[in-house]
Design a protein. Structure first.
Length: 239
């Protein structure tokens, strides 16, 4: 089974609906995790579509503008986590409206460890987002996360190489995701696993018993991606 572990919908800063994402996943015969920025509406809506495997997830932007993708074993735990720790901590950045909370990265990690979830450092070497990468100096408790996103299809290969080195340094499992913001980019990267149930898939990620599959966007896909990201952050929708 192939699963795209990182993509967005119009419940944050992408152009497509949850239903459209599900239809695309059916077409590609893949599973997916909707990881909207600091928002779980899309992830919870996806739960009703039983014809596609979906993982209850969220991407959280921290005070330092580092991003963590959290995959939950159960939707109800994602809802509890969001209500208690994310909902009232969103910060409206001047440009990237969807991307930030006031939660320090180290605190997010410690809080997440109280839940049954998989904590992933998303695109940890992305200079567009932050001038300080994920390091043990900037995030002292970084060793407690479960995996590193080493293949983010939306960013440059050299930045993914930095993530690969980080995973090697910390001896952490590696994962991938498309970071899709337009529908044609869904499935460009993800993981391959023999497991077919959410619990077993997340356990396999923690154990490093999965394969990273995919590739970074071509030039046309990259242009489409940044067009959607910039437009939907400059002109955010009311959710």
């Amino acid at each position: 089974m192939f699963i795209d572990l990182h993509l967005h919908t119009n419940c944050s800063d992408a152009s497509f609906t949850v239903k459209e994402a599900i239809n695309q996943a059916k077409k590609l015969n893949i599973g997916l995790a909707i990881t909207d920025h600091n928002n779980i509406k899309g992830a919870i809506e996806a739960e009703k579509y039983k014809e596609v495997l979906t993982i209850p997830s969220i991407e959280v932007g921290t005070k330092e503008n580092k991003h963590a993708v959290l995959h939950f074993y159960q939707a109800k735990e994602l809802q509890e986590f969001y209500k208690k720790h994310i909902k009232d901590h969103k910060v409206k950045d001047k440009i990237f409206n969807w991307w930030r909370t006031d939660i320090p990265t180290a605190k997010l990690i410690e809080t997440s460890l109280n839940y049954n979830c998989v904590i992933i450092a998303a695109h940890p070497y992305n200079p567009i987002l932050t001038s300080k990468n994920w390091t043990l100096e900037t995030v002292p408790n970084m060793k407690k996360i479960h995996a590193i996103e080493v293949l983010n299809a939306a960013i440059k290969p050299d930045w993914n190489k930095g993530a690969e080195l980080l995973a090697k340094q910390l001896d952490k499992p590696r994962v991938g995701g498309s970071d899709a913001h337009c529908i044609s980019n869904i499935g460009k990267a993800g993981i391959e696993t023999k497991e077919t149930e959410v619990e077993n898939i997340l356990n396999a990620i923690k154990k490093g018993q999965i394969k990273v599959k995919g590739k970074t966007y071509d030039k046309i896909s990259e242009i489409k991606h940044y067009k959607e990201v910039i437009y939907n952050n400059l002109f955010p929708k009311k959710i």
